[in-house]
Design a protein around this ligand. Structure first.
Ligand code: PAF
Length: 294
C-alpha cells in the first residue's frame, strides 16, 4: 500500500489503477477499528482496487467539539489497511484539502435532512461532511464508496447529495460492527471511563427494546420515543435525541412507511454515542411483499 499526501500524486497513481479495474473508496477519519475494516472488506468484495483516506475534517467539527483530541493513529492504521489489501491511502493535510481559509471554502449543503437530529445538535456538521465527501469523490473518482450504517443520518445525507448532484458513484451502506456486549464500535468509545463503558451497551439495548415494542404493534411513536428517552436518562445517559423515523425519508413515519428506524444520540461523560435500529414494517404485521420490496 502506498500512502500519498498530495492530490496530484494520488491522481497519477489512480489513473494507472483505474486502467486495471474498478475503484472502491473508503473515506475515514482514521483511528481505525473493526467497523472501518468491515467497510474496506466490503469495498474489496465489490471493486478490484480499494483506496482509503484518512482526514480529520475540521469543517465537520463545531468550535466546542473534539477536533484537537480526536485520536490520530496513522502507523497502526497503515498496518491495518495494508493487511486488508488496500492499494492506496490518501492522507491529505488540511492545507491540501482546504487551500483557502475554512470560512471562505466553497461548501456543499444538503438542506432539510442536514438540520435534523445530529444536525440540530451539531449545526454545520453535515455541511462539513457533504463538502469533504464531495471533494474526496472529485479527487478519487471512485466507482463505489462505502459508509457505515451506524452513521445513519450521514449515510442518508451522502446518498441525497450523490443523487441530487448526479455524482457517478454507487454508495454502499454496511451494517454496524458491535462489541460483544452490543456497543457499536466507534473511535469515540475510548473517551468512556470504565464505569461509563459498562453502561454504554444500554443505548443499543434500549433501541432494541423500542424495536420490540413496534414489532409487538405499538404505533404511538412519539410516546415510545419519550419512554425510551426516560429509560436512557434513568440509566445514566444524557440523551440528546431519540426519534422513530421513516427509514427512507428520516421524517416522522406516515402510513406509507415500509421500514422504520429508531435513531438516537446520548452522552455518557465526554462521549457522545450514536446508534440506530431498523424495523422493517413487514415484521410488525405488514405483508411479506412489503418486506421483500425493500
Ligand atoms: O464517518 C466519518 O468518518 C466521516 O464523517 C467521513 C465520512 C470520513 C467524512 O469526514
Amino acid at each position: 500500500m502506498r500512502t500519498i499526501e498530495q492530490t496530484a500524486a494520488l491522481r497519477e497513481e489512480l489513473a494507472s489503477l483505474r486502467a486495471r479495474g474498478e475503484i472502491g473508496f473508503v473515506p475515514t477519519m482514521g483511528n481505525l477499528h473493526q467497523g472501518h475494516l468491515q467497510l474496506v472488506r466490503e469495498a474489496k468484495r465489490r471493486a478490484r482496487h480499494v483506496v482509503a483516506s484518512i482526514f480529520v475534517n475540521p469543517l465537520q467539527f463545531g468550535p466546542e467539539e473534539d477536533l484537537d483530541k480526536y485520536p490520530r493513529t496513522l502507523a497502526a492504521d497503515q498496518e491495518a489497511l495494508t493487511a486488508e489489501g488496500v492499494s492506496l491511502l490518501f492522507t491529505p493535510s488540511v492545507e491540501t484539502l482546504y487551500p483557502v481559509p475554512l470560512e471562505q471554502q466553497t461548501r456543499v449543503s444538503v438542506p432539510g435532512i442536514s438540520s435534523l437530529y445530529c444536525g440540530a445538535s451539531r449545526p454545520g456538521h453535515f455541511d462539513g461532511v457533504a463538502t469533504v465527501v464531495c471533494k474526496l469523490f472529485n479527487i478519487v473518482q471512485p466507482d463505489i464508496a462505502v459508509f457505515g450504517r451506524k452513521d445513519y443520518q450521514q449515510l442518508a445525507v451522502i446518498r441525497r447529495m450523490v443523487g441530487d448532484l448526479a455524482m457517478p458513484v454507487e454508495i454502499l451502506g454496511v451494517d454496524t460492527v458491535r462489541e460483544q456486549d452490543g456497543l457499536a464500535m466507534s473511535s469515540r468509545n475510548q473517551y468512556l471511563r470504565p464505569e461509563e463503558r459498562a453502561l454504554a451497551p444500554g443505548l443499543y439495548t434500549t433501541l432494541r427494546g423500542g424495536a420490540e415494542r413496534i414489532r409487538a404493534g405499538e404505533r404511538d411513536y412519539r410516546q415510545l420515543a419519550a419512554d425510551l428517552r426516560t429509560q436512557l436518562d434513568s440509566m445514566g445517559f444524557r440523551s440528546d435525541y431519540i426519534e422513530v423515523v421513516d427509514a427512507d425519508t428520516l421524517l416522522s413515519p406516515g402510513p406509507e412507511a415500509r421500514c422504520l428506524a429508531i435513531l438516537a444520540a446520548a452522552w455518557l461523560g465526554a462521549a457522545r454515542l450514536i446508534d440506530n435500529v431498523e424495523i422493517p414494517l413487514a415484521a410488525a404485521g405488514g405483508s411479506s411483499q412489503e418486506e421483500s420490496s425493500r
